[in-house]
Design a protein around this ligand. Sequence first.
Ligand code: ADP
Length: 163
Amino acid sequence: MTKALYPGTFDPVTNGHLDIIHRASRLFDQLVVAIAKGTHKHTDFSLRERKRLVAESTKGMKNVDVITLPGLLAEQCKRMSVDVVIRGLRAVSDFEYEMMMALMNRKLYPKFETIFLMPSEQYIYLHSSLVKEIFALGGNVSDLVPKPVFKAFMDKRKGKPKK
Ligand code: ADP
């Protein structure tokens, strides 16, 4: 059985992430989306909320699972015996960071391979941070994120407690 891991912060998951999840789930028997704590950056959504939103957004996809990533990605790959990691490449601006991560992960775990997938061109400009900025400024993000995420944004706007 072929298996791949798709790690990221997913703060929150966007239609761009979902595009990559769809593509990867066609290439592998099982795709595990791994939600990182995001120690290197502040997150607007809690780990639990980010996991729930990815799980709800991928509900109909039978070969997609969601986990949280407690520490190093390379260690998680070793633990799960997964050698393939999926990352999305939007533009050349993503490339330097992604190359650094791919090579460092391979140093930590020599079997580690990164596969880069390109989203449909309509998602090339889509970043979680941009979506949050549009929302914070009162804009409509309904075309940019899956339905459960849009609902979470609306709940935030109404000041409803987090699930
Ligand atoms: P990180 O904090 O690790 O950058 P993200 O959650 O922002 O994690 O993204 C996870 C992965 O998904 C990264 O490889 C990122 O490049 C990719 N990604 C994010 N948004 C898009 C998009 N709109 N199209 C394609 N790939 C994307």
